[in-house]
Design a protein around this ligand. Structure first.
Ligand SMILES: Cc1cc2nc3c(=O)[nH]c(=O)nc-3n(C[C@H](O)[C@H](O)[C@H](O)COP(=O)(O)OP(=O)(O)OC[C@H]3O[C@@H](n4cnc5c(N)ncnc54)[C@H](O)[C@@H]3O)c2cc1C
Ligand SMILES: NC(=O)c1ccc[n+]([C@@H]2O[C@H](COP(=O)([O-])OP(=O)(O)OC[C@H]3O[C@@H](n4cnc5c(N)ncnc54)[C@H](O)[C@@H]3O)[C@@H](O)[C@H]2O)c1
Length: 444
């Protein structure tokens, strides 16, 4: 038994924490998790799970649209019912996550934790000590520092709207802007996206991004490029977005989707000797901060890997293995996949086609999605896939724009992560017909 109350205390109860805290507690270590909001953090309550529930009818609407003639009638989205359904779906998640942690033997502490030194945290006036800490406090929405910024809302506010406003102005052109523009447009909103620069979704294959923008434009979304949004104003019953010299637009609701920033202030990191940058907590290749007994996990880390749930889960599980003494190795990240849940989606993993273009060792294979008989079933009319192979025909990267891109890319992950050769690829027998069989057919 250590001289501390706990072996490990986690600050924050999201994926960066609970995916590893549970298994660690199950080994018999004394583990506590502190959470100031909902158990499970952003992803289940106001991120991935919540968002994808709102997306599902959009997919149905698009599928019915493509299949007109085989099915009759357009699908319209009942927004209030959809938001209520989303709430029903996600309501049990915090209790489920908390219950699982407790079942594994972890102590749950509710409240805002503040480190007092490298071994002590206070929560609502109570003090707890630990041999080690894991900081997993995540990100919060960035708000533009402009006059009237208080009239802007964030993604959590959007997903809680009981009525969909008529005219919606979205500032930013990243994941949240593009996904929520898709949902709001499908549900009948008049959407304008104010882009900071010329490109949306930097980091994704731009021809795919432009195809999605073109499709959304055809559906009535307005994209204003290089909009210098410099003020929000109240105007009777509506709001005005000022975006340049004499350029302004009236809307009923404003989504400020200009990024997310790390929760590193007001939690005692300085007192504990934990160094930070504006992008988050500085860690070494063992996710150890500048205070040797304090680790960090998830979105709050300053890192090159994408700040997504699969990354947070991977880090959390790695820390479990490290703190349980099962490994001493540095973290070895796999290629982290990601998807923008527009319709069509854009998904990617590993080496990009852009990086491949500047290498003599890599080959890019192009597949046009509508040529695949399996995609013809639900009449996909647009979409492309780019596969990157090395000289030994190992798949090292893939990016796809299609209605089922997230599943097509997901199924290929083992080939990328484990460097499958042709023999390995043929050892797998996929359920047929399926999106997996369709995707694997293209890489063998
Ligand atoms: C709208 C939206 C959609 C998203 N969609 C996707 C998606 O489709 N796929 C995907 O992979 N990722 C998605 N993400 C990103 C994903 O949600 C995050 O990468 C993931 O939640 C990170 O987990 P985390 O544990 O690091 O942080 P979080 O889940 O944010 O957890 C941090 C927790 O710490 C708590 N906390 C902070 N400070 C303290 C303190 N001092 N004391 C106690 N508790 C504290 C917070 O309340 C929070 O619960 C989305 C994010 C958003 C906002
Ligand atoms: N499908 C997914 O996996 C998913 C979905 C939603 C969110 N997320 C996560 O949440 C994070 C936050 O999402 P996000 O869309 O807010 O961030 P983002 O970083 O993806 O996009 C931010 C956007 O805001 C713009 N911007 C920045 N400063 C601006 C300014 N001053 N004026 C106007 N525009 C400005 C940027 O150009 C960019 O287009 C993502 O990076 C991702 O980690 C993931």
């Amino acid at each position: 038994m250590t001289k501390y109350d706990f072996d490990v205390i986690y600050l924050g109860g999201g994926h960066g924490s609970f995916d590893g805290a549970g298994p660690l507690a199950a080994t018999g270590q004394k583990v506590a998790v502190i959470e100031s909001g909902l158990w499970g953090g952003t992803c289940p309550n106001r991120g991935c799970n919540a968002k994808i529930t709102l997306d599902r009818p959009v997919i149905l609407q698009r599928e019915a649209e493509r299949m007109q003639g085989l099915v009759d009638g357009a699908i319209t989205i009942n927004w209030p019912a959809l938001v209520a359904h989303k709430q029903e779906v996600i309501r049990p998640l915090p209790d489920n996550i908390a219950g699982k942690l407790q079942h594994n033997g972890a102590t749950l502490i509710e409240g805002h934790g503040v480190l007092q030194d490298a071994h002590t945290v206070t929560v609502a006036g109570k003090t707890y000590t630990a041999d080690k800490f894991v900081i997993a406090t995540g990100l919060r929405p960035h708000h533009l520092a402009i006059p009237g910024s208080e009239f802007g809302h964030d993604s959590t506010d959007f997903m809680a709207l009981s009525e969909l406003p008529k005219r919606i102005g979205i500032v930013g052109a990243g994941y949240i802007a593009m996904e929520f523009a898709t949902v709001a447009n499908a549900a009948g909103g008049e959407v304008t996206v104010f882009m900071h620069g010329k490109q949306a979704l930097r980091g994704f294959h731009q021809p795919f991004v432009e195809a999605v923008i073109k499709d959304l434009t055809k559906r009535g979304v307005t994209f204003i490029r290089t909009a210098n949004v410099n003020a929000f104003e109240k105007d009777a019953d509506s709001y005005v977005i000022d975006y340049g010299d004499d350029a302004a637009q009236n809307v009923d609701w404003i989504l400020d989707a200009t990024g997310r920033i790390p929760n590193i202030e007001g939690i005692g990191l300085e007192a504990a000797g934990v160094a930070t940058t504006p992008h988050g907590i500085t860690v070494n290749d063992h996710l150890q901060t500048t205070a040797p007994n304090i680790y960090a996990s998830g979105d709050v880390i300053d890192k090159v890997q994408p700040k997504l749930t699969p990354t947070a889960t991977f880090e959390s599980y790695y820390l479990y293995q490290l703190l349980a003494g099962q490994t001493t190795a540095a973290i070895d990240y796999p290629a982290i996949p990601s998807t923008v849940y527009t319709s069509p989606r854009i998904a990617k993993v590993g080496v990009t086609p852009e990086a491949a273009a500047s290498s003599d060792e890599l080959t890019v294979v192009h597949n046009h999605i509508p040529d695949d008989w399996y995609r013809q079933i639900d009449m996909e009319q647009a979409g492309d896939q780019l596969l990157v192979f090395d000289s030994g025909h190992h798949l090292v990267g893939a990016t796809e724009m299609s209605e089922q891109a997230e599943d097509a890319i997901n199924t290929l992950l083992p080939a990328v992560a484990f460097h499958y050769d042709q023999a390995d690829m043929w050892r797998l027998a996929h359920i047929f017909p399926s999106i997996s069989a369709s995707a694997w057919h293209k890489i063998r």
